[in-house]
Every structure is written in structure tokens, then in C-alpha cells.
Ligand binder design. Sequence first.
Ligand SMILES: CC(C)(COP(=O)(O)OP(=O)(O)OC[C@H]1O[C@@H](n2cnc3c(N)ncnc32)[C@H](O)[C@@H]1OP(=O)(O)O)[C@@H](O)C(=O)NCCC(=O)NCCS
Length: 213
Amino acid sequence: MWERFPPAGAIRHAKRAMGAACGVRRPQAIVRCCGPRSSELALEESIVIRARLPGDEAWIAEMLTRWWGSPVIHTRGRRHDGRRLAAWIAMLGDRRTGLCTYRIADGECEIVSLNSLEESRGIGTALLRTAETQAARSGCRRICLITSNDNLAALAFYQKRGYRLSALYPGAIDRTRRVKPEIPEIGLGGIPLRDEIELSRTLVPSSADRKDC
Ligand SMILES: CC(C)(COP(=O)(O)OP(=O)(O)OC[C@H]1O[C@@H](n2cnc3c(N)ncnc32)[C@H](O)[C@@H]1OP(=O)(O)O)[C@@H](O)C(=O)NCCC(=O)NCCS
């Protein structure tokens, strides 16, 4: 129904066990898309990414309202009803711990929202990598997203993961505020909330049937 990618199989993300003596580098999420194959992986805990299911709608609406003030999100002048968007959900055990909503059109995947309920555990990265992989399998050549000018942490997060700044929409949030007055004037860190920044990266379309991942 909603899903662009039917939930044929959840995609498992595993974290490398953190050696007590390492201390320097934090463990990174490892994307596992074809089942276990490496003995180097010691499962500290598992993040499973799955497509949304019909029973998720109320939770999605609640989360988008909590995070973004409403289930309706505006990007680049377009209105998205997040309750109807395709979405990936991160599961830790039986807990929903993250949400990525997206839209695919004209060979491009737009991530409309990305949120983690438990930060710095690899959930955001796992959701992002899943969105990229599945968008490429769907034939997309580009993946993009909008963030606001005050969201410095998100700008860092995406750039560290291969995204480039690709467009600036000055005053876009000021314009959205006219139809969504709950958007505050002042954003994160006391920065005036005004503009949209697009980040994107190129994808290499791939076949869903590939078994070499
Ligand atoms: C941006 C956001 C989605 C990131 O989610 P997250 O779950 O914290 O992301 P990750 O855990 O994958 O990565 C965050 C950091 O934790 C680190 N990390 C990952 N696993 C870790 C672990 N097991 N232990 C310690 N740190 C870990 C990552 O290395 C990363 O740091 P880096 O960016 O310096 O490399 C989250 O901060 C969020 O929901 N922000 C609010 C909404 C938002 O701004 N969304 C983006 C705009 S749409």
C-alpha cells in the first residue's frame, strides 16, 4: 500500500562489539543486508529496519507531531502528509526507535523526515543507509533531503555520510510559517529559523535481485 519497497525481509544492522581497551573510536553500525557472513561481527545488540506496516500509522502521526509539530511537513514549497508517506522504521527488539519518511519521484528519493528516539546508537545511520540502498534498488540516481538553517548537527551528520550541500532556499521556512504558524521564529541554539538547505548524494541504481551485497 504505502510501501515503495514491500517488506520482503527486514534489513538487519549490527554493531561491532566495543573493545574495552579501544576507547578511541566509537562502534559504527554495520549494514547487513544479506544475512550473516562474517565472524568479525559480535552482536552487542541489533537494529532491524523494516518498512512501515498498516499498524504503524498512529505511531507515525504521533512521532511526527512530537518532532515536527504536525504530521504535515513542508519542504521546497511542497506539502507532505507524513501519515501517507512511505517509511522505514528502526526496531530495537520490539521497540520502535526511529523513523525515516520518504518520497520517490522522477528518479529521485527525497527523505522527508529522519528521527532517532535513541541517539548515538547507530539508528539514524542505519535508517539513512537503508533509504539509500532501497532507493538505488528502486532505480533512483539521487537522494536528497531538506534541513533547516539552524540544524547544525544535522548538517554535520549528513556531510559525514557523503552528502553535499546542493541548494539553498532563502526564506523558505518563513514562507512555510504562514501556513504552519507553529514553526518557531527561533530555532536550535538560538539561531533564527528562516531558510531551507538541501543536501544530496548521487546513487548508483542497482537491481533488487543482486546477491552480492
Ligand atoms: C540526526 C539524527 C537522525 C541522527 O540519529 P542518531 O541515531 O543519533 O544517529 P547515529 O547514532 O547513527 O549517529 C550519530 C552519532 O553517533 C555515533 N554512534 C553511532 N553508534 C554509536 C554507538 N553505538 N555508541 C556511540 N556512538 C555511536 C555516530 O558515529 C554518530 O557520530 P558522528 O556523526 O560524529 O559520526 C538524530 O540526531 C535526530 O533524530 N535528530 C533530530 C531530528 C533531525 O534533526 N533530523 C535530521 C533532519 S531531517
